[in-house]
Design a protein around this ligand. Structure first.
Ligand code: 13P
Length: 250
């Protein structure tokens, strides 16, 4: 049985004092959950988040990293730097980074390898645009993004990757994929992993859904066969909403 991983992606939101307050309020509300709880916060909040969440069941993640360890890359942050302050997770290849910051399947793959090399758990985002969906290309897009992201990883690494299926048309729009559709896409991603790495590994990979997940739709999404949690934007900014999603099975 795969664990549910419920991860918040705060994007470019919240200051350190808001981060500390959020986590302080979240701790008692989710302390008994069996689900994995992750908050992916801005770089400037990481250290505060890690200190506040110390000795709790909340894990902290970054939203991006560079694939090199160090060097002349002004403004970038490496996996080694994240690990040094006890970051556990890192989002890689979010559609906003692919869309606005030139992230490609190749840089995603390099970053995934570097994340593992530094002991970080990558949450790799895949997903089609509205245009690609309207052209019926969604399966091809997500299977190719998945294949390329995992290229060259060993079996141990592949089974520890988290894939987040986030259809771009559902992000921040209030339009959620139906649970059936989202589950089908997650199944397609799992089948692609199975084709390359075998059934044992494919069955262990956590595949999340992301795109307008809220307290009202979380349970239905999470009770499907292949959705193992969520990557949540807007609803992860409010303690009350995020807590309800984490506690969907209470
Ligand atoms: P929303 O939950 O705001 O739609 O954002 C989804 C997302 O992009 C999470 O990474």
């Amino acid at each position: 049985m795969r664990k549910k991983v419920i991860a918040g992606n705060w994007k470019m939101n919240k200051l350190p004092n808001e981060t500390i307050d959020f986590i302080d309020r979240l701790i008692p509300k989710i302390k008994d959950t069996e689900n994995e709880v992750v908050l992916c916060v801005p770089y400037t909040d990481l250290f505060y988040a890690i200190l506040t969440a110390q000795n709790t069941n909340i894990k902290i993640g970054a939203q991006n990293m560079h694939f090199e360890e160090k060097g002349a890359y002004t403004g970038e942050v490496s996996g080694q730097m994240l690990k040094a302050i006890n970051v556990d997770y890192v989002i890689i290849g979010h559609s906003e980074r692919r869309q606005y910051f030139g992230e490609t399947d190749e840089t995603v793959n390099k970053k995934v390898k570097s994340a593992f090399a530094n002991g970080l758990k990558p949450i790799v985002c895949v997903g089609e645009s509205l245009e690609q969906r309207e052209n019926g290309e969604e399966k091809e897009i997500v299977t190719s993004q998945t294949r390329l992201a995992l290229n060259g990883l060993n079996n141990e690494q592949v089974q520890n990757v988290i894939i987040a299926y986030e259809p771009i048309w559902a992000i921040g729009t209030g339009k959620t994929a139906t649970s059936e559709d989202a589950n089908n896409m997650c199944k397609i991603i799992r089948a692609e992993i199975e084709k390359i790495y075998g059934q044992n590994i494919a069955q262990r990979v956590i595949i999340q859904y992301g795109g307008s997940v809220k307290p009202q739709n979380a349970k239905e999404l999470f009770e499907t066969s292949d959705i193992d949690g969520a990557l949540i934007g807007g609803a992860s900014l409010k303690v009350e909403d995020f807590e309800q999603i984490v506690n969907y099975n209470k």
